[in-house]
Design a binder for this molecule. Structure first.
Ligand code: FES
Ligand code: FES
Length: 196
């Protein structure tokens, strides 16, 4: 068994565990029928154009839902406290921190992760291509969040100059300090996105 198979099995087990613990939680549910946060709830999400329905503890973050329940592991967990930007996704086209968003809050909204950013043609998104062209990463751990945030930065109209890009990308930390290359990538993609 390789690491991927092991993790896949573990993820499946985690989902099953949620269902099992849900059964016992229901048994422990207050007799007055009041809300029980531990009782799994059916959540319907639309991610990268695909519908998903799953039973999760309603306190589960969107980040953990993506990574642990749906195996969309392109979105990264850095701090899990809203401080690093590694978990950035788009919700209705706006950049959001998925670690600070409950999955239930994203119901009825269109979620896009790094896996769904590129067009269906098979080409890379201009921001992905720009990160490659400008060598805008070293270890790459922050990169999905950087790219999702950078697309948001351009679409918001906050990529007019290098200082402005630095300011509006300041919520995305890079421990490898690839910042100059990231800014160069955003400049390149900004111009390519205008042309597109
Ligand atoms: S993991 Fe969400 S901001 Fe760091
Ligand atoms: S490339 Fe390593 S943390 Fe950014």
């Amino acid at each position: 068994m390789n690491r991927r198979n092991f993790l896949t099995g573990a993820a499946t087990g985690a989902t099953a565990a949620v269902a099992l613990s849900g059964a016992s939680a229901q048994e422990r549910a207050p007799s007055d029928g009041g809300p029980d946060a531990q009782t799994p709830r059916i959540v319907t999400l639309r991610i990268n154009g695909q519908p998903y329905e799953l039973a999760i503890d309603q306190r589960t973050s969107l980040l953990d839902t993506l990574r642990d329940h749906l195996r969309l592991t392109g979105t990264k967990k850095g701090c899990d406290h809203g401080q690093c930007g590694a978990c950035t996704v788009h919700i209705d086209g706006q950049r959001q921190l998925s670690c600070m968003t409950f999955a239930v809050m994203a119901e009825g909204h269109e979620i896009t992760t790094i896996e769904g950013l590129a067009p269906a043609t098979g080409d890379l998104h201009p921001m992905q291509q720009a990160f490659i062209d400008n060598d805008a990463f070293q270890c790459g751990y922050c990169t999905p969040g950087q790219i999702m945030s950078a697309v948001g930065c351009v679409k918001e109209g906050h990529a007019g100059s290098e200082p402005e890009i630095r300011e509006y990308m300041s919520g995305n930390l890079c421990r490898c300090a690839a910042y100059p290359n990231i800014v160069a990538a955003v400049v390149q993609a900004r111009d390519a996105m205008k042309e597109g």
